[in-house]
Ligand binder design. Structure first.
Ligand code: RP5
Length: 191
């Protein structure tokens, strides 16, 4: 079996409004040619669909599920309670663009992502979900790749290459900083 023929990762999110964050995980998989299946499953608005999805994920043979949710964020925990597939939670700082009021206060969640972070990490004993940082869907993608690399050794080389690319990119930036000086560097980089 290969990781590029059929989806081995399920990416799910509680709402379409989470998609702009969750795409960070998809971008990692697309870069490394790992197939993934993406769906919207709301723990609160489609609870029966959530249970069905867990069965679907097992049938599909997913090796890992990445579940992003904001606010009360029950999606990762509830999926984990329905399946033995490892679940990586992505706490999301809710930005609800469906809200009729256009102000940021109306759009952002009251607790700035801490609500979902705590909800995901504070699972009861015996039903674990791991979590990345708030909005860090890309990290969930990399972590999922590490899990897959146990089964697909080619991915180990890709992960090593990824690390080395990051290393080189920091060196390049540092060179630029040294050359330009801090004030000029900051102005050009963050203009
Ligand atoms: C959660 O509620 C979702 O994961 C989302 O982050 C948040 C807000 O959802 P919408 O009101 O934008 O659909 O269930």
């Amino acid at each position: 079996m290969t990781y590029s023929k059929k989806p081995l990762v399920g990416i799910i999110m509680g709402s379409s409004s989470d998609s702009r964050i969750m795409k960070g995980a998809a971008e990692i998989f697309d870069e490394f040619k790992i197939k993934h299946e993406d769906q919207i499953i709301s723990a609160h608005r489609t609870p029966s669909r959530l249970a069905e999805y867990a069965q679907h994920a097992e049938k599909m043979g997913f090796k890992v599920i990445i579940a992003g949710a904001g606010g009360a964020a029950h999606l990762p925990g509830m999926i984990a309670s329905h399946t033995i597939i490892p679940v990586i939670g992505v706490p999301i700082l809710v930005y609800n663009d469906k809200h009729p009021k256009k102000t940021d206060a109306a759009k952002f969640s009251a607790f700035g992502g801490l609500d979902s972070l705590l909800s995901i990490t504070e699972m009861p004993s015996g039903s674990p979900v791991v979590s990345v940082g708030v909005n860090k869907a890309g990290n969930a993608g990399i972590y999922a790749m590490k899990i897959l690399a146990n089964e697909f050794p080619e991915l180990k080389n890709k992960l090593k290459q990824h690390k080395s690319d990051q290393h080189k990119s920091v060196l390049k930036e540092s060179e630029q900083l040294k050359k330009q000086g801090l004030s000029k560097f900051t102005k050009t980089k963050f203009k």
